[in-house]
Design a protein around this ligand. Structure first.
Ligand code: NAD
Length: 438
């Protein structure tokens, strides 16, 4: 084994000297997820068979998605739907449209959902899906045809008692409405609760769209308070200005934080005095990106984590903070709004440097918790008042944070390890109660 390979951790390939600055690192999300599952199972001292079960996704379905483009040509895209583990309930997890999507990434994200639903103790298992495509290159009509054909491909897996998708990267409530409509048409009747994150008009829930962000902010507040630091005046950097990053920046600013830098796929902007988030959102609406914002200086996105800050919130894609970025990171608190943004190697660096990391399976669980509330209302056929949704969401997040924090202190481990322990214990209890069929 060469020295570089010896030094390498799961999920992260050898340092690549050819990698241009700013290019994403070569990263294997399923290898990283497996490493974390093994670590959590070891700490939780669950039987070996639980580890073995969690290292194997229950079902990985790959589908061909032929789509007739507007210019007449047919292009065949590849899609997946993965059920990682369903011991605690139906599969729950988003649908991602991304040009670099791989089966391994979908499996890793599904495994994250198994653990995440267990951390907030809601009755679901882990699922995830997506199509390898570049939605920015598709017309609205093409996107709708792709969504509907993909839905037909995975329809036999879906159902309120089997598998309940939701939005993820590059999908939104419009995509969820097409999905709901396609399932209804295939079934010949309404199937309430087969998808969450829908528009209000077709059974959605008003607070769903901001729920992930509000859960993240709840964790930022709880972590700062546990660390004995105030919320007001904290300097925050945010990577991603989409469905999660944008409301997050607003909520952080209104909580009194100074959002000093924001990056998206096209660039980054920086203002040490604090960005005007409203003006930044208006600029992004106009131009499609935070790049070129007049209220901040242009920043190389690769330099984002090196910006002087107190809190770092990755809210874009996995693998965003690798070993070298972890060394450069200035913040003392990282709150993972994205799924899998910190690689295992980076985790070690951050731990050595005394940086607290609130892990994804806790920090961004507000979204799936809101999905649970939407699903429950669809199944009851009764709409809850908004105040009740907000109160239950806040309470669920706060309780989960406290459970994980106390567990971390008791075991003397990181919040990631503690969240993993809490999750695998709950999944293990379900597996034990069910036994192994036949
Ligand atoms: P989105 O598609 O709405 O936004 C993604 C954002 O990330 C965009 O601003 C995009 O420009 C930016 N981005 C993409 N690549 C980037 C790069 N290389 N550098 C900097 N920025 C980049 O997606 P989203 O729904 O906001 O999801 C973001 C993350 O949060 C994902 O990891 C997702 O799995 C996770 N998440 C989302 C939800 C949800 O409710 N949407 C819930 C839980 C977790």
């Amino acid at each position: 084994m060469c020295p570089a390979a010896e030094d390498r951790r799961a999920g992260e390939t050898a340092e690549d000297p050819e990698r241009p600055p700013g290019a994403p690192p070569a990263y294997d999300p399923w290898a990283a997820a497996k490493e974390r599952i093994v670590a959590a199972c070891r700490l939780a001292k669950v039987p070996e068979e639980v580890t073995a079960v969690l290292l194997h996704p229950e079902r990985v379905v790959e589908v061909a998605v032929p789509v007739r483009l507007d210019r007449g040509e047919v292009v065949v895209f590849t899609g997946w739907r993965v059920h990682h583990n369903l011991a605690r309930g139906p599969a729950k997890g988003g649908i991602r449209f991304h040009p670099a999507l791989t089966a391994g990434e979908v499996v890793a994200l599904a495994a994250d959902m198994t653990l995440k639903t267990a951390v907030v103790d809601i009755p679901f298992g882990g699922g995830k899906g997506g199509v390898r495509c570049d939605p920015a290159a598709l017309s609205l009509g093409e996107l709708e045809r792709l969504t509907r054909r993909y839905t037909v491909g995975i329809a036999s897996l879906l159902g309120p008692d089997r598998d309940v998708p939701a939005p993820d990267v590059n999908t939104d409530e419009r995509v969820m409405a097409w999905l709901q409509d396609t399932v209804d048409l295939l079934q010949g009747g309404a199937v309430p609760g087969v998808v969450t994150g829908k528009p209000l008009a077709v059974g959605g829930m008003r607070l769903h769209s901001g729920a992930t962000a509000s859960g993240v902010v709840r964790c930022v507040r709880a972590a700062l308070s546990a660390l004995g630091r105030p919320v007001a005046g904290q300097r925050v950097v945010v990577q991603g200005f989409g469905k999660v990053g944008r409301p997050l920046a607003f909520l952080l600013a209104s909580a009194g934080c100074r959002v000093v830098a924001v990056a998206d796929v096209a660039g980054a902007t920086w203002n040490p005095a604090g960005l005007d988030v409203g003006a930044l959102a208006a600029h992004a609406d106009r131009t499609g990106s935070v790049a070129g914002f007049a209220g901040g200086a242009a920043l190389d996105p690769a330099e984002l984590w090196a910006v002087e800050a107190d809190v770092a919130v990755p809210a874009a894609l996995e693998g965003a903070i690798d070993r070298s970025q972890a060394e450069a990171l200035r913040a003392r608190l990282v709150v993972e709004a994205a799924n899998g943004p910190v690689t295992p190697a980076a985790d070690e660096v951050l731990a050595r440097r005394g940086v607290t990391v609130v892990p994804d399976i806790l920090a961004n669980a507000g979204g799936v918790t809101a999905s649970y509330f939407e699903w429950a209302q669809n199944r009851q056929g009764y709409r809850w008042e908004e105040a009740l949704v907000a109160e239950r969401l806040g309470r669920t997040m706060d309780e989960a944070f406290q459970t994980v924090w106390v567990r971390a202190e008791d075991l003397g481990v990181s919040l990631r390890d503690a969240a993993g322990v809490v999750a695998v214990e709950r999944v293990a209890a379900a597996l034990e109660a069910r036994g192994v069929f036949p």
